[in-house]
Design a protein around this ligand. Structure first.
Ligand SMILES: [Zn+2]
Length: 441
């Protein structure tokens, strides 16, 4: 409906049949009514496009805490400041709300298999909900996802392929020859967005009991999908005057990868909102996000990683820029990203406090390369590339393997052991070092 197209029939549609653009679910909500005999996001069935679909799949997503952090509030000098803690969803992310509405929709339209392209969280969440509906999940993910996400996805899905980039994952999922029972799902799927809107319904409902209305929302921009869903939910409730602070990472770093998107899928929507004066974008550095995490953990006792705490980091920045309206506003920051579960993340935070020498944070692919060198012995890059592809389902380019090896050597985890001649060319043979072996323990 970005172009104005409206679909009222009961059909499964993921993009506009006229312009090919994204579809945004729109509901007429004259009064927010909470249904008493439903669970999860379905208590808001009456305000959802998917509200009439059956059977309703849920694993008790939503109803997340709206926290009033007293120490942070004083620190930021924002009196009416709230955190909507989305890490308390079943798989630890707001996406669970959308997975409930999406999987219910796919069942309603008789699909039995989902093909997902994602950077991790979407795959994990959809797979968990698909189990409840006895549906199969196949996924394509970039191989630079964090270890915990890679393992969770491998445990939950029926097939998990790793490719080099997110764009490649999307291309692979879309290229699949789909049979009638299969659906390809990307982050922009409108039936996911329908569920995301319940964040707003909960916040508005809870604040109305305190005689408050939210008028400033802090939310990571990413692809713009969550932002668009939240904006539409406010429109549906006829609360169109809300302003947004959009948070994004300034550059791509291992810890902030999730909130760094070079070309957002909803680019036009984001630009439109920005030029209408309703969206302010703040870019956050990894160091600023880690500082905010430290603040939230050590002062408030909230176990929030850098992605989640980036909203607090962005508020600090916006206040410094002189965004005075914030101090008088009712500010709600949506805390996305899983709570502090990843050991690498915890180590990064600890290192800030303890300040020992820098230890590199290893991604999934580098760890697999070290594993290959440890268990299969020294190898040249082509053999490593082949082993990654055949034994570990990691489908990346040879160039990427060289890059990883360079970085492993640079950080002292691998070393060039020997040279061999392979089809007339001299090749380096890599082996693992003692430091590298320690990394695997
Ligand atoms: Zn259109």
């Amino acid at each position: 409906m970005v172009c104005g197209y409206v679909e009222n029939r009961d059909v499964y549609a993921v993009k506009c049949p006229e312009c090919g653009g994204p579809l945004i679910p729109v509901s007429e909500v004259s009064k927010l009514v909470k249904s008493r005999d439903s669970s999860g996001v379905w208590v808001w069935s009456e305000a959802l496009v998917t509200g009439s679909y059956k059977p309703k799949i849920t694993i008790f997503e939503g109803n997340t805490p709206l926290i009033k952090p007293r120490i942070l509030s004083t620190f930021l000098k924002i009196r009416r400041f709230f955190l909507k803690d989305e890490s308390k969803n079943p798989t630890g992310v707001y996406i669970d709300r959308g997975s409930a509405t999406l999987i219910t929709t796919l069942r309603h339209f008789k699909f039995s298999e989902v093909i997902v392209a994602s950077t991790g969280d979407l795959t994990i969440s959809i797979s968990a909900y698909a189990k409840q509906a006895r549906m199969k999940v196949k996924t394509f993910m970039p191989s630079n996802v964090s270890l915990s996400k890679a393992y969770k996805a491998m445990l939950l899905t029926d097939s998990c392929r790793f490719v080099e980039t997110y764009d490649e994952a999307v291309a692979k999922a879309l290229k699949q020859e789909l049979r009638g029972y299969q659906a390809a799902v990307l982050a922009t799927n409108p039936y996911l967005m329908d569920g995301y809107k319940t964040i707003v319904y909960e916040v508005v409902n809870e604040l109305s009991e305190l005689d408050n209305k939210p008028n400033y929302i802090v939310v990571p921009i990413g692809d713009g999908v969550l932002l668009a869903s939240i904006k539409q939910a406010f429109e549906d409730l006829k609360l169109g005057n809300v302003k947004f602070l959009g948070v994004k990472a300034r550059r791509e770093t291992p810890l902030l990868r999730e909130i760094y998107v070079e070309t957002p899928l909803f680019k036009d929507f984001i630009e439109g909102l920005r030029s209408s004066g309703k969206l302010e974008i703040v870019e956050v550095e990894e160091d600023e996000a880690l500082e905010a995490s430290e603040l939230m953990i050590k002062k408030e006792g909230l176990m929030v990683g850098p992605v989640g705490s980036s909203c607090v980091a962005s508020l600090t920045k916006a206040l410094n820029y002189g965004e005075k309206a914030l101090k008088e506003a009712v500010v709600v920051a949506v805390v996305t990203g899983d709570s502090l579960q990843d050991p690498y993340l915890m180590r990064a935070l600890l290192e800030r406090t303890l300040k020992p020498k820098e230890i590199p944070l290893l991604g999934f692919t580098k760890l697999k390369i070290l594993e290959i060198l440890a268990y299969e012995g020294p190898k040249h890059p082509y053999e490593i590339w082949k082993s990654l592809k055949v034994k570990h389902a990691i489908d990346i380019s040879k160039r990427a393997v060289y890059q990883h090896l360079d970085e492993l050597v640079e950080s002292g985890l691998a070393v060039v052991k020997d040279y061999v001649k392979v089809s007339g060319r001299l090749r380096k043979v890599y082996g693992i070092t003692d430091l590298g072996l320690k990394e695997l323990k």
